[in-house]
Write a protein that binds this ligand. Sequence first.
Ligand SMILES: [Zn+2]
Length: 239
Amino acid sequence: MQVIQSTTPIFITMVCCLHGDETFGLKVFNFYQPKLKNLPGLRLILANEEALAQNKRFIDEDLNRCFPGAANGNTEARLAYRLLPHIQETEIVLDIHTTTSDIEVTPIVTSLNARVRQVINACGSTEVCLMEPPIAGKSLIGQVGAGVSLEFGQDYAQLSGMEYVESMIEVLLHHTSRLPKARKIFSVSHTIPLEISLPNDAKNFTFIPELGGYPFLLGEKSYTTHQGFAADSHSTITC
Ligand SMILES: [Zn+2]
């Protein structure tokens, strides 16, 4: 794990490569590293370096499912335990991911408090995924008051991912805001079991009668125990 920052206090902590096979996170880390001295209040963490070196999602266990971790646990449990203080002493945590599912960028949040709405405002996305405990309980963003995971579709990450991150960081670090707009909040309630057969044209955020809900991260290749997540309902907020 590498933790780098220029000055304190830290306003935003950006976590890259919680999953070692999502190399867009490394691109973000390398992009910001030389610029940090001009970005007071930003901290960067390169999380699972061991998995990154092996181009694997994790070594022993999914790091995003094992918080708060344990001092004497397996590789990821120990890493989660070491990461925790760094993400807790900051106002905002941004957690960079990529997915093979067909999306551009979707923020995932665990609450809709004022600080989280400030981060959503800095995002271009209209769809937001709300994952409350128990689903988010052992995830990184489940450990902090204002944590937002950003799921980038692989193609979008290649094309425009850096610009998306840059524009968010600029808005947040300068304490400015974008014009508020309507955001669809999808409340994720469960995972989609493998045995449910979904229509071929099933799309993220589009209602599926067989499912009785709206899928998210549908067909993500790293999921082996489910086919993605499902939201029972959605609501609209403006921020
Ligand atoms: Zn990930």
